[in-house]
Ligand binder design. Structure first.
Ligand code: TEU
Length: 550
């Protein structure tokens, strides 16, 4: 069945805003110090008040948690740490009752080593499920089959003494890669997707989708000439043969068909692909066929802003390059951060984080907000004895550590930050007593207030959620662009510099929203946004604003 109709111009995911929940850290409902489904359910009104449309929850499936849920031992059950299937159904029903979509995190590239498939597969070379995973003989000297490195350091091959072969794992040894060339594996995994689609989920964020297929000959990866010893070891090689293989697109199309078959006509179920690749390769994952029909993932995650240089000129170039690379009909998307990357507030500082929020929520395309960024949370320094992330534990000090951006959501100034009545699994941010949702709700100048107003403006203005984007340019420190829909024309101006900037080519305009009003407690007497249509004044240092100019 084709979803050409519902993937069309009115599909919810084009105009909606996605919010990422890292479930361990969002809200603890039972006092064990770890977030859970009951906790997320308690907070559903928070998403509605914020003004987002969908929540994506990082993995909640049964798992030994070697990689905090990205190592799945049963794809069709909820881990007891997070709750039960019945609690999941309740959460989904309550989310839907509020008009919120729910996106699950599907982890198809690898299972946990504790998955019954792997336990059976490793039993012997003759196991009926041997070919579910990637087993290879040692080289003549007993070494691993090739030079591929694990993303978390060390060889990507682990020797299994029982059968005298190595198995491949792109991540931890506890995360063996599935063999997606095996049609039985594909069918099993599609059935997992159907299991959740039947329960009513609105789509999947697909973990490391570009990794699914490997070179059939398992050739050595070439050396990366730009690598230095202070970089993560896995970057020493270019992943030419271990990922982004040409055979992959056919499989992604099959995945898309699985999802499309559940389309109810009220808005399609969505596939968001997690993909870290150069832009030219990233956009291939929209999957255009010879006729131009897009048969790949609906949204290949665009992480360009995560690596961006936060300066007007390079941002304008980045936006134009991305827009220019999209295939016809490919819908853009933007991301400032996620559970794998340092938080935006820590990368750029608080003032620029407000500009970044305005940029994220006014660009053309679906934005994804990482939990906590809407209140300006920053990375939290984790004492050595409290480090939990396997990437950091395996390669200390290589910048791989992901605990700092995974600390508990700061809800209030109570002990436990309103996140837990117990001991939080990761330390709380030291600023939680003042930087928390309760305070932010009461403060019209807070980062949260800025997010709410941006989201509400975005929802009201078709130019922002559906319009074209034009004239993205940098004039000195000022980045500006226009969003157009029907007869309506909005202009976004962001001053990345510490000097005032005269309004660029100032047309008459009404300032709909300015970040100057949200500059924290330091600026209390800033005039409210002007209501009249007049020539706007200069942009203040680090001010961003949205104007109606037509
Ligand atoms: O991430 C894939 C990925 O590429 C990251 O591991 C990244 O390389 C690393 O975090 C450095 O920033 C996905 C998940 O998002 C991540 O949490 C999992 O650990 C990984 O896959 C394995 O499933």
């Amino acid at each position: 069945m084709s979803d050409a109709g519902t993937a069309g111009p009115d599909a919810w995911w084009r105009y909606g805003v996605v919010y990422q929940v890292y479930p361990r850290s969002f809200q603890d409902g039972n006092g064990d110090g770890v977030g859970d489904l009951a906790g997320i359910r308690e907070r559903l009104d928070y998403f509605v008040d914020l003004g987002v449309d969908a929540i994506w929850i990082s993995p909640i499936f049964r798992s030994p948690m070697a990689d905090f849920g990205y190592d799945v031992a049963d794809y069709c059950d909820i881990d007891p740490l997070f709750g039960t299937l019945a609690q999941f159904d309740d959460l989904l029903a309550d989310a839907h009752a509020r008009g919120l979509k729910l996106i699950l995190d599907f982890v198809p590239n690898h299972t946990s080593a504790d998955h019954p498939w792997f336990i059976e597969s490793r039993r012997s070379r003759d196991s009926a499920l041997r070919d579910y995973y990637l087993w290879r003989d040692p080289t003549a000297d007993g070494g691993p089959p090739n030079n591929w490195r694990s993303n978390f350091g060390g060889s990507a091959w682990t020797f299994d003494a029982t059968s005298g072969q190595y198995y491949y794992h792109a991540f931890l040894p506890e995360q063996p890669d599935l063999n997606w060339c095996n049609p039985a594996v594909r069918e099993q995994m599609f059935e997992v997707m159907r299991f959740w689609l039947r329960r009513g989920v609105d789509g999947f964020r697909v973990d490391v989708i570009w990794h699914l297929i490997k070179d059939q000959e398992f050739r050595d990866n070439p050396l990366n000439p730009d690598w230095g010893a202070d970089h993560p070891e896995s970057h020493a090689l270019l992943p030419v043969y271990s990922a982004d293989r040409p055979e992959l697109m056919a499989i992604i199309r099959q995945m898309r068909e699985v999802v499309s078959a559940f389309d109810t006509g009220q808005g399609s179920r969505i596939l968001i692909g997690e993909i870290y690749l150069p832009l030219e390769r990233l956009v291939a994952y929209y999957g255009p066929d010879e006729t131009g029909a897009l048969l790949g993932v609906h949204l290949p995650f665009n992480f360009l802003l995560i690596g961006a240089h936060w300066q007007a000129g390079s941002l304008a170039a980045l936006i134009n390059r991305y827009e220019g690379a999209l295939p016809p009909g490919g819908w853009p998307n933007w991301v400032l951060g996620n559970h794998d990357k340092p938080r935006i507030a820590s990368r750029v500082g608080e003032r620029l984080a407000a500009l970044a929020a305005m940029l994220l929520l006014t660009l053309r395309g679906t934005p994804t907000i990482y939990y906590g960024d809407e209140i300006g949370m920053s990375d939290v320094e984790i004492p050595r004895d409290r480090i939990r992330d396997p990437a950091e534990l395996r390669e200390p000090g290589k910048g791989q550590g992901r605990d700092p951006q995974r600390t508990p959501m700061q809800w209030s100034d109570c002990p436990g930050a309103g996140f837990t009545s117990g001991t939080p699994w990761l330390p709380l941010g030291p600023d939680y007593r003042h930087r928390n949702v309760e305070n932010a709700v009461a403060d019209p100048q807070s980062m949260l207030a800025l997010h709410r107003e941006l989201l509400s403006l975005r929802r009201r203005e078709a130019a922002l959620h559906a319009g074209e984007i034009e004239a993205v340019r940098a004039d000195g420190d000022c980045l500006s662009f226009e969003r157009i829909h029907g007869g309506s024309r909005l202009r976004v101006e962001l001053n990345f510099g510490d000097q005032p900037v005269a309004a660029v080519a100032a047309p008459l305009g009404e300032v709909l929203l300015t970040t100057a009003r949200f500059d924290g407690a330091a600026i209390c007497d800033v005039a409210p946004a002007q209501a009249a249509v007049e020539r706007p004044g200069p942009l203040q240092p680090f001010e961003g604003r949205v104007l109606r100019i037509g």
